[in-house]
Design a binder for this molecule. Structure first.
Ligand code: HEM
Length: 513
């Protein structure tokens, strides 16, 4: 909270200074320059010099941008100082961009604080330009961690952790304790991702797991500064450099300890099984396909922790809150789970394909509450979209939140109605290709779309499935408060979901833990 306040103070200060400069410069020098033959998308009124900066500094940016598109149109040209931005808020324009320009927008062009930082440095995966390193790392991520075969191999890890998740909740239920759903979900996901990456979970005993969870939770405040640094370029980088570098250094210390332990394990067992083993084998091997550095490995881990843990945790909270606020949906879910899974075994990820209503609830949770509401890419080259000229190096801001609530494509877009997804395919892609639109994008799109979507569906389905199958949930008051945190980059509940589990009458056979 304090961090957000500090940033907002800095933002206000920058705004005021820039506005003052704007007025002086405007009256002294500004002669409107328009490029001949250049048909840019329409542009809402802007301030001189700073352009549309004030809009992008809003506390609920996805909503401000949504309102802007309602008023001025689905494709807009914005400007921050001299940085050109194209804001897209429509499913059909998103479709055209990814159909004809996917490669052109496959780089994010985010700023770099410090070459050697594990976070926001030059070795990151999320920040990597589309090129040789990105392709190499993506291949390892798919074959060793997130592709269908890798997910099949790691099934037992998740089955064990889902049982542990259930046991923790049961323990709290027996003690009549309140559960912070986000906290429990984060423990589950953190343990699974650590075990899938390196064959072991982060230790609770020496506080390692707590440190990783703390760094992931903190990431939002730093992501915000990172995005702002991107907008302000050199000024922004120097403004936030100290804090960003400090955060990155703390991440580095934890990841270095983890890596050293992994190296010891490989040298003892001489086995290359997990993703970390493959990376360590390539590290220092001059004949490897790509000469990765230690920083590449740590940055990749940091990216996967932040991209995978925080996002899934938020969606689990939002979706559970929607379920609790809609008792008829809860009833239908219980009916489906009881009839498919029964009352003697705990729900497994292998049950998910047979639970279409649970899948529909998860999809609807992602539609209304996408953890990454605004996606950022860069047009590397000049191109034409819907007859408009898009100059090279224009930043693309895709408002996924607005697209997934677009009244032209969704009936009752603001309502939580899982029924809309019953009988649709998991991705809904066939339907979208037929309709020439891209209206469902919680995981982004194209070659830089989320590689963790299949794992995310498993996390969401099993965690929500267990909570619904095994417990009734009591909350204070009639309804869960669904307000969003102002100023966060990730879509976060303003009041984290806390409720008390009451065990349902089941006779589960869990086997060993
Ligand atoms: C509910 C859960 C999740 C959501 C909603 C989500 C959403 C997203 C989105 C919107 C992007 C950007 C896509 C774009 O620019 O088009 C992304 C990227 C990414 N996600 Fe996820 N994600 C989730 C879970 C995961 C998980 C579980 C992992 C891995 C364990 C993961 C790893 C990544 C990575 C590595 C990227 C960067 C891809 C690249 O730059 O090529 N995500 N995610």
């Amino acid at each position: 909270m304090a961090a957000i306040f500090t940033v907002d103070f800095q933002i206000c200060f920058i705004c005021i200074v820039m506005c003052l400069f704007s007025v002086i410069f405007y009256s002294l020098f500004l002669v409107r320059k328009t490029k001949v033959g250049c048909d840019l998308p329409p542009s809402p009124p802007s301030l001189p010099i700073t352009g549309h900066l004030h809009l992008l500094l809003s506390l609920l940016i996805h909503r401000t941008l949504q309102k802007l598109s309602f008023k001025y149109g689905p494709i807009l040209h914005l400007r921050i100082f001299n940085v050109p931005i194209v804001l897209v808020s429509s499913a059909s324009i998103a479709y055209e961009i990814f159909r004809s320009q996917d490669l052109n927008v496959s780089t994010r062009n985010l700023p770099m604080t410090n070459e050697s930082s594990v976070f926001f440095g030059s070795s990151g995966f999320i920040t990597a330009p589309y090129g040789y390193y990105w392709k190499y790392a993506k291949k390892i991520i798919v074959t060793k961690l997130l592709g269908p075969q890798a997910l099949h191999r790691s099934r037992c890890i998740r089955a064990d952790e889902v049982k542990r998740f259930y046991s923790n909740l049961l323990d709290k239920a027996m003690k009549k304790e309140t559960v912070d759903i986000g906290e429990e979900a984060m423990k589950l996901i953190n343990n699974v991702i650590c075990k899938m990456l390196m064959g072991r979970s982060c230790s609770e005993e020496n506080g390692e797991a707590e440190k990783v969870r703390g760094l992931v939770t903190e990431s939002d405040a730093f992501l915000k500064k990172f995005v702002l640094a991107g907008i302000f370029k050199k000024l922004g980088v120097s403004l936030f450099k100290k804090e960003l570098t400090g955060y990155s250094r703390r991440f580095d210390v934890v990841l270095e300890t983890i890596l050293v332990e992994c190296e010891e394990k490989v040298s003892e067992n001489h086995e290359v099984t997990d993703m970390v083993d493959v990376l360590l084998e390539a590290y220092g091997n001059k004949n490897a396909e790509y000469n990765i550095t230690r920083n590449h490995i740590k940055s990749l881990f940091a990216d996967i922790f932040v991209a995978g843990i925080d996002t899934s945790t938020h969606v689990i909270q939002w979706t559970m809150a929607e379920i609790i606020n809609n008792p008829n949906i809860l009833e239908k879910l219980i009916e489906e789970i009881d009839s498919v899974v029964g009352k003697t075994s705990l729900i497994q990820e292998t049950d998910l394909p047979n639970l279409p209503y649970l899948q529909a609830v998860v999809k609807e949770g992602l539609r209304l509450h996408p953890p990454t509401p605004v996606l950022i890419r860069t047009f590397q080259e000049r191109c034409e979209i819907k007859g408009f000229d898009i100059p090279e190096k224009t930043t693309l801001v895709l408002n996924a939140y607005a697209i997934m609530r677009d009244p032209d494509f969704w009936v009752d877009p603001e309502e939580f109605k899982p029924e809309r997804f019953v009988n649709s395919s998991k991705s809904g892609l066939e339907e979208e290709i037929r309709e020439e639109c891209l209206k469902y994008i919680p995981f982004g799109c194209g070659r830089r779309g989320c590689p963790g979507s299949n794992l995310a569906y498993i996390f969401l389905g099993t965690a929500i499935g267990v909570m619904v199958q095994c417990f009734d949930w009591r909350i204070k008051g009639d309804k869960v408060n669904m307000n969003e945190t102002a100023g966060a980059v990730t879509l976060t509940m303003a009041h984290p979901l806390k409720c008390t589990p009451v065990p349902r009458t089941l006779t589960l056979e869990l086997g060993d833990l």
